[in-house]
Write a protein that binds this ligand. Structure first.
Ligand code: HEM
Length: 138
């Protein structure tokens, strides 16, 4: 039980499944950190597929040394961007993932959907842009 949760009457969500072993908690700082945020705009007709992909994602990233955890944030307002927030021990760890087989494995279905849409001459189902941050404080 997380401190403060029971006394406030808030029931915690079922146990975390996506926090890398050794991390004290997602985006809770146990060491200096680096954060990469991918901002994804989905075509409205692709949202269900997008949610399914993330609901059954590869977790290949979990094998990358220095990966601490991630969040996928869904907008409260329809049509706004999803945010994929990933937390790393440092920038080198993030860079090693983006150049890895695990990156491709984690994106196989998404990139195939993009490829097929292009092949059909359609708009891409997603548009994505990422930015990187160092953790100033929590
Ligand atoms: C064209 C660029 C990108 C698109 C369209 C995209 C979209 C997606 C989608 C739909 C998934 C769900 C998994 C699946 O494919 O089945 C995924 C996985 C993921 N994406 Fe991306 N992504 C892109 C690039 C990036 C970048 C640059 C980052 C980081 C800054 C990122 C962070 C992640 C993470 C952390 C996962 C989970 C991987 C895993 O479970 O192993 N993505 N992405």
């Amino acid at each position: 039980m997380i401190d403060g949760m029971s006394s406030s009457g808030v029931t915690p969500a079922p146990g975390p499944t996506h926090i890398a072993p050794g991390c004290c908690g997602l985006l809770q700082l146990c060491q200096p950190g680096f954060v990469a945020i991918n901002t994804i705009h989905c075509q409205p007709q692709y949202v269900d597929r997008f949610r399914d992909l993330f609901g059954s994602r590869a977790h290949a990233i979990d094998r990358i040394p220095g990966f601490l955890g991630m969040y996928v944030l869904e907008p409260k307002t329809e049509g706004e961007a999803y945010l994929v927030v990933s937390h790393w021990v440092n920038e080198a760890a993030f860079d090693s993932w983006t150049g890895s087989e695990e990156f491709l494995e984690g994106h196989r279905r998404a990139f195939e959907d993009m490829r097929l849409a292009k092949e059909r001459g359609e708009e891409p189902p997603m548009k994505s842009e990422f930015r990187t941050y160092s953790l100033l404080t929590t």
